[in-house]
Design a protein around this ligand. Structure first.
Ligand code: BT5
Length: 269
């Protein structure tokens, strides 16, 4: 559903986030990928800003996967951040953004939404999950400068029968709350939480982010399989460490995982 023209959605969000560090917002009808667009701007030295679109023709997931979303069916947003954090804390931006996505879904009434480490916003169904949103954070190094472009695709109102590859089971906020939320409201909720989360990361380090991740993570306490490149690690997810890595208890002892895809043991979702 397209609530209003993109410029009007952009005006609405800009007005409501006038005093935020993320108040520089542009909402366009269509582009290839908002992450690619903002990465190019970051390399040109652009300041912190937000790009939203109704439709992407080449939406990206991690590892060159695709993010699919029919026009108007999702919130497709990228944020160019220049966080004042140490390089080893940059991966925490993925968690901060995922938690902002979870919080924004709660703000709009989808209280069952949670985080699947490291980048999926999900709803647990028995031992599986359905994917509401995905986060893609990419570092951009240019000269001495460093930026992060963090993109989120969130399913707002998917058409019946919408399916994606790789065994992911999409679900939309409309299905969870009974009617499609306004994407400008969702954007404002998300950016408000993202700006807060990044500010906390800058001022307090990882403590608050990790504490929130421990509270809101679907993954913790579950038997999971993590695939990272060719490696497959099975174990119980027991914690996240102070740089956001997942700690697994495996048959061969503890393993600390920095990246990868997490699936429930024996599951495909
Ligand atoms: C992600 O990757 O989940 C990150 C997605 C980030 C998308 C945003 S949209 C705005 C910004 N601009 C971009 O170009 N990208 C970002 P990953 O964990 O690799 O998951 C990708 C997988 O999710 C795909 O292989 C599909 O299985 C599944 N998928 C694709 N579209 C989906 C959808 N609408 N809902 C649920 N799952 C989906």
């Amino acid at each position: 559903m397209i609530e209003r023209p993109p410029e009007a959605n952009g005006d609405l969000a800009r007005n409501r986030l006038r005093d935020s560090r993320l108040g520089r917002i542009e909402w366009v009808a269509e582009t290839g990928s908002t992450n690619v667009d903002l990465a190019a701007r970051a390399r040109d030295g652009a300041p912190e800003q937000v790009l939203v679109t109704d439709h992407q023709t080449a939406g990206r997931g991690r590892l060159d996967r695709r993010w699919e979303s029919p026009p108007g069916a999702g919130l497709l947003v990228s944020v160019l951040l220049r966080p004042a954090v140490a390089a080893d804390h940059l991966p925490l931006v993925t968690l901060v953004a995922g938690l902002a996505g979870v919080g924004a879904a709660h703000d709009l009434g989808a209280h069952e939404v949670t985080l699947s480490w490291p980048n999926d916003v999900v709803v647990g169904v028995d031992d599986r999950y359905r994917k509401v949103a995905g986060v893609l954070a990419e570092a951009v190094l240019h000269g001495e400068e460093r930026a992060v472009v963090v993109g989120m695709g969130c399913n707002v109102d998917l058409p019946p029968g919408f399916a994606v590859p790789r065994g992911n089971d999409p679900v939309s906020l409309a299905e969870l709350v009974g009617s499609p939320p306004d994407r400008a409201d969702l954007l404002v909720a998300y950016l408000t939480r993202l700006a807060d989360g990044v500010a906390r990361l800058e001022t307090e380090g990882s403590v608050a982010v990790v504490a929130e991740a421990r509270r809101s993570m679907w993954t913790l306490g579950r038997e999971v399989v993590v695939t990272d490149g060719g490696e497959r690690i099975a174990g119980r997810a027991i914690d996240v460490d102070d740089v956001g890595r997942l700690i697994l208890e495996t048959a061969r002892g503890r393993r600390v995982v920095a990246a990868g895809d997490v699936r429930p043991e024996g599951g495909t979702s």
